[in-house]
Design a protein around this ligand. Sequence first.
Ligand SMILES: [Zn+2]
Length: 257
Amino acid sequence: MTGLTDQEYMRYSAHLLLEDVGEKGQLALRNAKVVIVGVGGLGAPVALYLAAAGVGHLYLVDDDHVELSNLQRQIIFTQHQIKQTKVDSAKASLTQLNPHVEVTTFAQRLTLEKADNELANMLTQVDLVIDCTDNMPTRQVINKICVTQKIPLIVGAGIRMEGQLISFNAKQADSACYHCLYPFDETAEVHNCSTSGVLGPLVGVIGSLQALEAIKHLTGMPVSSFNRLMRFDGKTLQWQHLSVAKDPQCSVCSSNV
Ligand SMILES: [Zn+2]
């Protein structure tokens, strides 16, 4: 592996000063492949911070187009990108921010059936998946893929003035999964930011923490939200922490030992 270039030493000097990152951590970031599913209120800060941090390869998955009502919180987009695909618009912003980062886009929704060869193939070779979606069916699909492929997963959610963060790692036998925490109910009512509302900085807080946890994971630091549901109340700024244990009956991960 080649070392950092002079340009990289300057760009990442604030990382290099940190004992927990240093040159070794920066090279680990440069070699990392991270999938961001959902480029919205959460995915925007996640993608921006990871690109700024020098994560070598980002894969963006989202089938939506930029709308005027997205700009209240999805800070990776600008007014002139309305109607363009979110993944291509985000790629343009990320490349401007850091041209060293490779960005691959998938303008499609992630489903178990529809994962085409290119997308399915990509998912077998990544280091980390970050769930920044806004709906339960896609979250369950992402979880299933991560359990099957043994890919670490960082999940964020934000609605109204409440946020949630939790991480799993199917490489570890004691890891719970998203399905242990929220068994899927197809009849449940769907709530998302477009139907229930959200404050922009709320998803900014949760997305920034997802990026922080991602950098910690990639550089070998312990991930504080592993098997731990962190709930944030934007009204009072109070946090609640709940330990989540693996469900031995879970239909998704119980055979993962
Ligand atoms: Zn499970």
